[in-house]
Design a protein around this ligand. Structure first.
Ligand SMILES: [Zn+2]
Length: 450
């Protein structure tokens, strides 16, 4: 994959002015409002000063844009993809992601071996940068990125990608949090306030309700909300975490060894609450929060998330590698959730190409009995506008005048009267030929640049 692509930084042909007209066989605007935005055959997007000025059929291009340079492409042009859950710092753990595991607890033990083997903290930064480039080459322009180790911070901005870097807290009991953990986390969070205010680029990730005491999560969400930052956590990923919240079962805490007994849920014998009710009780739900995986949630739990405006990011390929059940995609669609889609990291996924997970969800939805004709359209929406929603952004995820000119082209052709959404979902993986952020070409497939 990497050998085929070039990035703008190394490619003089790509350093163009951020005003141009991009055309393709199909343009998928994805509607930001309630009205449908149908696919446009022989479509064009006029970009002026990094923003979208006009979208329509090329033969209807207004005269005022006729003088702009034209970039003509084969295939399907879409809003830049938004990856709703990833950890780029684990891009070097691809060997782990190529394995297969019997449970979340089994995978976690193997993960710890890889994690502890990293000697030089600078490696986290190198891996994150490499991961960001892989995302860029597959049409991704924004990410919900979790940063666990400080050297991994800053790569989105460095590469011109949009999104939020959620600083992660993990393994904190009330005692540890009070004995220095909290102070260290606040210092990290506020390291870069100017940037946080300017770009809403920093968020808070309480890793999961099983790896942090409830009081610590409450404190973290307060710290985030006081700063206007967004919140992102892992919920419903392990098959047994629900028994911890309800009854104090220790199984999901395997990697914590003797420290397991320190967690408040163990000491109290659980809360009797379901997973989503417990998450709500520790202030983890809200329109400013989104949850990764959300597999092991029943109808009541899912309804609670929807009522609280809390969205989920589904990561089906990661779930498969780890040996989990499939996310209940058909239920989420039928019950009216606006979802996002994430790749998770290479430590549990075969690639950072979001369209791989989009295709996996299409197949799972059918297996789970979802037969509505809107399946492909809704999945394209989830991979673009749905992701923008979890990032709290209303200026990306769709192609409409005034929005940022973040877009991608996929060299995939429709067959007969096939809808372009169908072609993109089913065969789009690995086909990205162009990625544009803020009107600038940031990735161009090498054979086209020649
Ligand atoms: Zn994750």
């Amino acid at each position: 994959m990497s050998a085929r692509g070039t990035e703008a930084a190394q490619d003089p042909a790509a350093s163009m002015e951020p005003s141009a007209v991009f055309t393709a066989d199909w343009v998928l605007p994805v509607s930001a409002g309630s009205a449908a935005a149908p696919a446009i055959r022989h479509g064009a997007v006029a970009v002026r000063d990094g923003r979208i000025a006009w979208v329509g059929r090329l033969d209807a291009l207004p005269a005022e844009y006729a003088g702009l340079p034209v970039e003509a492409h084969a295939g399907i042009l879409t809003p830049g993809l938004v990856n709703g859950h990833t950890h780029l710092q684990y891009t070097g753990f691809a060997e782990l992601g190529r394995g297969s595991y019997g449970s979340f607890e089994h995978w976690s033990e193997e993960f710890e071996v890889f994690y502890q083997a990293v000697q030089d903290p600078a490696e986290w930064g190198h891996a994150a940068r490499e991961g960001a480039l892989l995302a860029l080459r597959s049409g991704t322009t924004a990410l919900a990125e979790i940063v666990t180790d400080p050297p991994a911070r800053g790569v989105l901005e460095e590469l011109g990608l949009q999104g939020v870097e959620y600083l992660e807290a993990i393994g904190e009991t009330e005692r540890r949090w009070g004995a220095g953990g909290r102070d260290a986390f606040i210092a990290w969070l506020d390291e870069d306030r100017g940037d946080a205010v300017a770009g809403a680029r920093v968020g808070v990730s309480p890793h999961a309700p099983y790896s942090l005491d409830g009081e610590v999560i409450r404190d973290l969400t307060r710290l985030a909300r006081d700063r206007g930052m967004r919140i992102h956590s892992h919920v419903g990923e392990s098959a047994v975490e629900a028994t911890l919240y309800a009854h104090g079962n220790r199984e999901v805490l395997e990697i914590y060894g003797d420290m397991r007994d320190e967690f408040a849920l163990i000491r109290s014998g659980g809360t009797g609450l379901s997973t989503a009710r417990y998450a709500e009780s520790i202030d983890l739900l809200g329109t400013d929060a989104h949850l990764a995986h959300a597999i092991y949630l029943d109808r009541d739990d899912r309804d609670l998330l929807r009522e609280r405006g809390t969205r989920v990011s589904l990561c089906p390929r990661s779930n498969r590698v780890i040996g989990l059940e499939a996310p209940p995609i058909a239920a989420y669609l039928r019950e009216g959730h606006e979802i996002a889609i994430g790749t998770d990291s290479l430590s549990s996924s075969p690639s950072l190409d979001l369209l791989g997970d989009v295709a996996a969800l299409a197949s799972l939805a059918r297996e789970q009995g979802y037969a509505d004709a809107d399946l492909h359209e809704r999945l394209v929406r989830a991979a673009t506008l749905g992701g923008a929603g979890v990032l709290g952004r209303d200026d990306i995820g769709a192609l409409a005048p005034g929005m940022r000119a973040d877009l991608a082209v996929f060299e995939v052709m429709t067959v007969g009267d096939e809808a372009p959404e169908h072609a993109l979902v089913e065969r789009g993986e690995g086909s990205c030929s162009l990625t544009v952020i803020g009107g600038r070409v940031r990735h161009r497939r090498a054979e086209q640049a020649a």
